[in-house]
Design a protein around this ligand. Structure first.
Ligand code: LMR
Length: 397
């Protein structure tokens, strides 16, 4: 059986970490995988998480199974975090959530629910998008189409191109949208653009599927979901895949949630039951620890306040770095402007250099980034920034 398998090309994002670890250059810089790093280049366990874990260690009474839909307290708190308790879909009980293993698990559950409703449905994904969206959606038996999103020349969203492509959406299609902090380009839709997109989705009879992997990393927890909340209030149905990997720093604990907004309370409940059946057939029950931590934090005023502070610190550091990178490039005499980075959000930006230049940076300078020139801005700090800027000057002239 296994003789038939072919060797596979290494994952474009994850393989960078392996190469980086093997590199012995003391000046090496890792701008690859999207994990937050402190000024010291460390990905910490948040203090709020540590305290929640200490609480669980003392108080968790059992590790018996929960349910395929996960921890009910966690699910409710995640809905409040994403939509806000006053939102119409919360008031009408049209929004429900199911715990999933990470944002990827949440996306996969959502994709499988779509396939259960409409086998072979078409999902429109932005060009560019997170590389894993493609195999994940295809693996659920869905068909993919691309819509224009980012203009590499203008270093901005090509909204006219996006709307033009989405004009070809058919009734029953799904449109995958990055909720905030677009991965890989960092360029986010304005509220006005979310409003226009909502109108188009309604005109076409399509369903939005929002990937929300970075809530709190752009401008703040509330600010980052303004577009999503507007859309949720104005469409019949919507799916969200929320991740707690980045905003709670719980990467390896694998915790996220698939959320469904449906036309009625009954159809939302049916959707959750179907999600439970899908989950049961894949992992049966989601891993508990990460969700228990998030539930503990969000059910304590004190821990929530601490978490808000820590999240703001991460967000402010990244936004500060964006300004410092752009000005350092200018100060170094690099003709090309990087000011566009200051208007972008979240961990990522495209530097806008060629794959050959990316390869040169890796080979000659031990600076690692995805070949599209996507960098994890959080990988920069005051120690490695001068070396990064100097190396960029060397390749750009
Ligand atoms: C990334 O895009 O770097 C992160 O979302 C990590 C991953 O799994 O690809």
């Amino acid at each position: 059986m296994f003789e038939q398998l072919q060797p596979i090309k290494a994952d474009a994002i994850l393989s960078l970490s392996v190469e980086f670890r093997a590199d012995t250059n003391p000046n090496k810089v890792d701008l690859g995988v999207g994990v937050y790093k402190t000024e010291e280049g460390h990905t910490p366990v948040l203090a709020a998480v540590k305290q929640a874990e200490a609480f669980l260690l003392q108080n968790q009474a059992s590790k018996t199974y929960l349910a395929p839909t996960g921890n009910a307290g966690f699910n409710d708190r995640m809905l409040s975090l994403v939509f806000g308790d006053d939102h119409i879909v919360m008031q009408n009980k049209r929004a429900r959530a199911v715990q999933a293993p990470g944002g990827t698990g949440a996306l996969s559950l959502g994709a499988r629910l779509i396939a259960r409703c409409t086998p072979g449905a078409t999902v429109w994904v932005s060009n560019p998008t997170w590389a894993n969206h493609i195999p994940l959606l295809q693996g659920a038996g869905l068909n993919l189409k691309e819509y224009t999103y980012y203009d590499g020349q203008a270093k901005a969203i090509d909204f006219a191109g996006m709307m033009n492509d989405l004009n070809n959406v058919k009734a029953g299609d799904v449109v995958l949208i990055h909720g905030c902090c677009h991965n890989p380009c960092g360029a986010d839709l304005s509220l006005e653009q979310w409003q226009k997109l909502t109108d188009l989705i309604n005109d076409k009879g399509a369903t939005p599927f929002v990937d929300l992997a970075y809530q709190g990393f752009g401008s703040g927890l509330e600010e980052d979901v303004q577009g999503l909340r507007y859309m949720a209030a104005n469409v019949k149905e919507l799916l969200v895949a929320a991740s707690c990997s980045k905003n709670f720093g719980l990467y390896r604990e694998r915790v996220g949630a698939t959320m469904v907004v449906s036309a009625t309370e009954q159809s939302a409940s049916n959707a959750v039951d179907n999600l439970g059946v899908v989950a049961r057939a894949i992992w049966s029950m989601p891993p508990d620890h990460g969700a228990a931590v998030v539930d503990t934090i969000l059910s304590s005023q004190e821990l929530t306040t601490l978490w808000h502070q820590e999240l703001k610190e991460m967000c402010d550091r990244i936004n500060g770095l964006r300004t410092v990178v752009a000005s350092s490039m200018k100060d170094a005499g690099i003709a090309q402007s990087f000011d566009f980075m200051t208007g972008e959000k979240g961990m990522f930006s495209f530097l806008g250099i060629s794959p050959e230049q990316v390869a040169t940076l890796k080979r000659d300078y031990s600076i690692y980034m995805v070949s599209s020139s996507r960098i994890n801005v959080a990988g920069l700090n005051s120690n490695n920034l001068p070396y990064f800027v100097e190396s960029m000057k060397a390749i750009l002239g």
